[in-house]
Design a protein around this ligand. Structure first.
Ligand SMILES: [Zn+2]
Length: 61
């Protein structure tokens, strides 16, 4: 199964729609991956406006 990244919220998923924001606009052309365990305490999460735990792509094209 190939992983894709949501072009809206950058969440990485193996499904056909983003489980977080339900958008079907996913891209397999992404780079970088961050795993957010603690959205409240993470500077990266704040910078990317992430409020939920999960794996996110840094860049999605
Ligand atoms: Zn999304």
């Amino acid at each position: 199964m190939s992983e894709k990244a949501c072009t809206v919220c950058h969440l990485i998923t193996t499904g056909n729609i983003c489980p977080r924001c339900k958008t079907p606009t996913l891209s397999d052309d992404f780079s970088g991956m961050v795993i957010i365990f603690d959205p409240q305490g993470s500077a990266i999460a704040k910078a990317m406006n992430i409020k939920e735990k999960g794996r996110y792509a840094l860049k999605v094209r």
